[in-house]
Design a protein around this ligand. Structure first.
Ligand SMILES: N[C@@H](CCC(=O)N[C@@H](CS)C(=O)NCC(=O)O)C(=O)O
Length: 390
């Protein structure tokens, strides 16, 4: 029988959220499984010493061969995966020549996934250049090389031992990029190690992955390069969290509200995701019709799970009104410049831009002016290094 054991790793890092001198101990919970098999050292036929020596030698030889075999197999798999990955042709190349961060980034996405939209709003605001690979949401063949099967995935080419660094989870990726921008002396690889993945199970026994510290920004030795207060960082974290735990759940029940609204939404995604260009015509048809039916059902499940009002539009309006009220008289939640909470809320909402639900939201709430200020900031890369100095 396999028995889980629990190891704890301690890692030191500084967090922007607290006193600068405070050192945090990040406990990295790592679960691994060991086989609870006992080895026999005493033999019936040989004296114990010989048996033990032979046993050890034999075990070492077998273990060595197995390890070598596993290593060879793994490296063949890694190389095949790398080749498969680099052979994919980008669906779109975003280039911002005036802001060169010296990073070669590839984003794997579904165009209209709210988490992908959230990450794109950060990439665009800061003016990162990146390639986009559109993933087929039904067969996900473009991320076959990855063990992590959700999008977005951001790959930094030419970094790390496999020749690329894979970053998972929109919130983690955003925290890593922001921490990097605050102090570029920190490598992305090092920063990624501050957000360990914790595997667990939900109430139905389904495997879940959570990332420790995901709303926290990290720096090592450098002083902060911006002068925000502790309260401002806290506010930013609170609303980033709210985006993931509340706002995002308003979307599916609204855009997939009825079978016809669901189909209309998928037809819209087909257009904005340029599926005609990226997928074969049968793949496209399957994604549209299967997707629209599945998501209509999912919308109902999400509505119940998160306790949305019977008229789901009202719940969406409530969230947008709450956000507008929180921003208040400020231009952005971050003040004169958007912070990560502004970028998260904006990004998530862009995923339904063009859908009837968004049109209705603009007509029934006062979120419009803030939303279009955000659009201007992101499409014009106002957070790029070139804009900072101008
Ligand atoms: N916490 C993740 C959530 C990502 C996520 O759930 N993405 C969805 C698309 S909207 C996905 O990839 N679903 C595919 C699946 O779960 O197999 C993040 O913020 O990136």
């Amino acid at each position: 029988m396999a028995a889980p054991i629990r190891k704890t790793f301690h890692r030191k890092f500084h967090s922007l959220s607290n006193d600068k001198s405070q050192i945090w101990q990040a406990n990295r919970d790592h679960f691994s499984k060991i086989h609870n098999r006992s080895f026999q050292t005493r033999s019936k036929f040989f004296p114990m010493r010989i048996s033990l020596k032979g046993g050890i030698l034999g075990t070492l030889t077998v273990a060595g061969a197995v390890t070598l075999g596993n290593f060879a197999q793994k490296s063949i798999r890694v190389h095949a995966a790398v080749k498969e990955r680099v052979d994919l042709k980008p669906s779109r190349e975003v280039r911002v020549p005036e802001a060169d961060y010296g990073l070669k980034l590839t984003m794997y996405q579904f165009t209209s996934c709210p988490f992908c939209c959230k990450l794109r709003s950060v990439l665009d605001y800061y003016g990162f250049s990146y390639d986009i690979i559109e993933v087929n949401s039904v067969n996900k063949k473009q991320i076959k090389w990855s063990d992590y099967k959700k999008v977005p995935i951001l790959v930094c080419e030419d970094v790390g031992k496999n020749g690329f660094l894979q970053l998972n989870d929109s919130t983690v990726i955003i925290s890593i990029l922001q921490s990097y921008l605050l102090d570029k002396s920190q490598s992305l690889e090092k920063l990624a190690s501050y957000y360990p993945a914790l595997e667990g199970q939900d109430e139905k026994g389904k495997k879940t992955i959570e990332y420790q510290n995901k709303y926290f920004l990290m720096y090592q030795q450098a002083e902060l390069t911006d002068n925000r207060t502790k309260e401002q960082y806290e506010e930013e974290r609170k609303w980033r969290r709210w985006t993931d735990s509340d706002l995002v759940h308003m979307l599916s029940p609204n855009v997939y509200r009825t079978p016809s609204e669901s189909l209309e939404t998928f037809r819209h995604f087909d257009k904005v995701g340029e599926w005609e260009k990226n997928f074969s015509s049968w793949e496209r048809t399957v994604v549209i019709y299967v997707g629209a039916s599945v998501m209509w059902v999912m919308g109902k499940i999400i509505k119940r799970k998160y306790g949305l009002k019977d008229e789901v539009r009202d719940s969406l309006y409530d969230s947008c009104r709450l956000w507008t009220k929180t921003v208040g008289k400020r231009k952005f939640l971050g003040g004169d410049k958007p912070n990560l909470a502004d970028l998260s809320v904006y990004g998530v909402l862009t995923s339904i831009e063009g859908c009837q639900a968004f049109e209705d939201t603009l007509n029934n709430t006062k979120i419009g002016p803030w939303f279009y200020r955000m659009k201007d900031a992101c499409t014009n890369h106002k957070g790029s290094s070139s804009s900072h100095h101008s």
